[in-house]
Design a protein around this ligand. Structure first.
Ligand code: ADP
Ligand code: MG
Length: 328
């Protein structure tokens, strides 16, 4: 087991809107070891992006972030000022977002955008060293003829190539942690697979850790060491990849699994989870998933469930966890 890199304790991010309080992230705790890939999965609106923004202190008004602690490399970054966070963002922790077009500045060359990152976080490099580093980074992410692409602008790259550039920028300052929020959602399926493989390889080679956020359980099932399943701002299940994929105990996780095709399996019908994610302004009194859960019983409608540990490192928040994929 590696050393703990990030430990988030009781993170709560509430948006105080004129229609009421949106508890986008409501008391979640998790940790990530050095060198690990942590997947965060859940349908749209479950609080995945707000979780990552909260860790980086990027949530803006009317959002209010509170936590007991957010330890990063042993330091409580939950208590850090904006000035201190600016040194951490991009350098120790960098982010890759969904849309490569909005993350890149259309007016600057690729070289300028990578160099900006180097100037911010790796001062003291000569012009020549910076250019060499740019070429090295572009080569690492698989851009052909990197020397000749330095002066290109973002629109001269395809979507997949742009996402490679974003990854190069994210790696520029040798971060310890990369947070990738739906990094491949805007890309074609074949390109998605290439980019994911690339990210996994780079993260493992650079000895960095990765938080991979996606609505697609198939994506995290390929490369995450541990997986958190989020629903309505809470972690409903967490465990190793095998716990989540082969021993899922929460009916929501089981529902997500039934909706993805699996290799080597006889053809079968893919089921989507019936119903919709409830409004965050009007959450059910008991378990948030109860209205959509085929195993729902009376208790589920009235009482919020608590976390149960089903095995070492495998936790589920459900009154009646599944065993072997079925209700007891
Ligand atoms: P996900 O990334 O899982 O799709 P998000 O983390 O973006 O979900 O959002 C979680 C919830 O927080 C959603 O219900 C969303 O509407 C709400 N939310 C996010 N940002 C704001 C904001 N600035 N003001 C009010 N509500 C917000
Ligand atoms: Mg999101």
């Amino acid at each position: 087991m590696g050393k703990t890199l990030l430990q988030v304790e009781n993170l709560r991010t509430y948006f105080h809107t004129f229609r009421g309080v949106v508890k986008a992230v409501d008391g979640i705790s998790f940790s990530l070891d050095e060198g690990q890939v942590l997947g965060i999965v859940g349908e749209s609106g479950s609080g995945k992006s707000v979780t990552s923004f909260s860790v980086l202190k990027l949530v803006e008004s009317p959002g209010v972030v509170e936590s007991d602690h957010i330890y990063f490399q042993g330091e409580d970054i939950g208590a850090k000022s904006e000035k201190e966070m600016m040194k951490i963002r991009g350098k120790d922790i960098s982010m890759v977002f969904q849309d490569p077009m909005t993350s890149l500045n259309p007016l600057y060359t690729i070289e300028k955008q990578i160099t900006e990152m180097l100037d911010l976080h790796q001062r003291g490099m000569t012009k020549k060293q910076k250019r060499e580093r740019c070429v090295e980074l572009l080569r690492m992410v698989g851009i052909p003829n990197p020397e000749s692409r330095l002066k290109s602008y973002p629109h001269q790259f395809s979507g997949g190539m742009r996402q490679r550039v974003i990854i190069a920028i994210a790696l520029a300052a040798d971060p310890k942690l990369i947070i990738a929020d739906e990094p491949t959602t805007a890309l074609d399926v074949t390109i998605q697979a290439q980019i994911l493989k690339l990210m996994e390889r780079l993260v493992r080679e650079q000895d960095a850790s990765l938080i991979l956020i996606t609505h697609d359980l198939a994506v995290v099932s390929q490369m995450a060491d541990r997986i958190l399943v989020m629903y309505c701002g809470k972690i409903v299940e967490s465990g190793s990849r095998d716990d989540i994929i082969h021993r899922s105990a929460h009916p929501y996780t089981a529902g997500l699994l039934r909706s993805i095709p699996r290799m080597g399996e006889e053809q079968r019908r893919l089921d989507s989870i019936p119903g919709m994610v409830p409004s965050m302004l009007d959450l059910p009194q008991g378990c948030c998933f109860a209205p959509r859960c085929k195993y729902c019983r009376e208790l589920c409608r009235v009482k919020m469930p608590e976390d149960h540990q089903t095995a070492e490192g495998h936790t589920v928040c459900c009154h009646y966890p599944l065993v072997g994929g079925e209700a007891e």
